[in-house]
Write a protein that binds this ligand. Structure first.
Ligand code: UTP
Length: 290
């Protein structure tokens, strides 16, 4: 049973400046809900009740968001019961713990900070700046594979061949259309080097073995400890599976992706759909006429 999740959320978010100069990118709202709340909700919907958020400098808003806010609650008590329940529920979602990554030494280093908290159990990792919309929560889908194989599982998605150079790409033996046993992982390969078009997609099930591999991992790209490098070390001594989960991934740390996400989620909201669609049609027409 996987009961713990780690959500790395300490990164600087340089791709989203200036918005991220003084606020965490994980708090950027999709309509009215901060990105990291969707991520926490996915973990909770996948049966996880203990969440460790890897936090850092300038990330206090995340802690405040999942805490109680008595002043706000008192104000809402008199005038808006629905909003009151909504904000109270946020602080009851799960047991959320925090640890600060003092130096930003990369995703691998961020995950290493979870060593004592997770102890001897397998755990899920969900990147705090990435939302997945799916029928079954993406993390739940990976947990189901973990329960079958009891080995590390990496969530992947298919990307167009001409875009493989932007991602971590995996390669291995096909077990079925969605499942591979890996023998290769390459960070940002050229089209010719890429063993597949399956890209690492921000959701993982890791076992505590990863910590030993992380200890052996040397500083890599961008002078950071890369999770991919640790997984490669682990691959030489253990099994790693990749699973193409059903669902659509939204990388909020990328400005264009964020814009698209807001539009897509806006169109899915009942209370906005009609007016928003009409507005979009109008502005598309206007921009085509110009
Ligand atoms: P990114 O690769 O998006 O890096 O991290 P970043 O630094 O946050 O953002 P950019 O590229 O400068 O815009 C992926 C995830 O890993 C976390 C981030 O918070 C994000 O959720 N992360 C990254 C850490 O927690 N610590 C790190 O040292 C690096």
């Amino acid at each position: 049973m996987i009961k713990k999740a780690v959500i790395p959320a300490a990164g600087l978010g340089t791709r989203f400046l200036p918005a991220t100069k003084a606020q965490p990118k994980e708090m950027l709202p999709i309509i009215d809900t901060p990105t990291i709340q969707y991520v926490v909700q996915e973990a909770v919907d996948s049966g996880i009740d203990d969440i460790l958020i890897i936090s850092g400098k300038g990330k206090r808003a995340i802690e405040d968001h999942f805490d109680r806010n008595y002043e706000l609650e008192a104000a809402l008590e008199k005038k808006n019961e629905q909003a009151l329940n909504e904000i109270k529920n946020i602080s009851d979602l799960a047991k959320i713990h925090y640890i600060r990554q003092k130096e930003l030494n990369g995703l691998g280093d961020a995950i290493y900070h979870a060593k004592h908290h997770v102890g001897n159990e397998p755990f899920a990792v969900l990147l705090g700046d990435t939302v997945v919309r799916s029928v079954i929560p993406a993390t739940q889908q990976l947990i189901d594979i973990y329960e079958q194989y009891k080995q590390i599982v990496i969530g992947v998605e298919e990307v167009p061949k001409e875009k493989v150079h932007r991602y971590g790409i995996v390669g291995g033996e096909k077990i079925n259309d969605s499942l591979y046993q890996l023998n290769e992982m390459i960070e940002k390969p050229s089209i010719d080097e890429a063993p597949s078009n399956l890209a690492v997609a921000s959701r993982y099930i890791l076992t505590p073995d990863i910590f030993k591999a992380l200890e052996e991992t040397k500083v890599g790209k961008n002078d950071e400890i890369q999770l991919t490098d640790a997984l490669k070390i682990f691959l030489s001594r253990g099994s790693v599976y990749s699973y193409t989960f059903e669902g659509k991934r939204y990388d909020i740390g990328d400005k264009l992706d964020y814009l698209k996400t807001t539009v897509e989620f806006g169109l899915k909201r009942k209370e906005f759909k009609k007016d928003f669609l009409e507005f979009l049609k109008e502005i598309i027409k206007e921009s085509e006429e110009r």
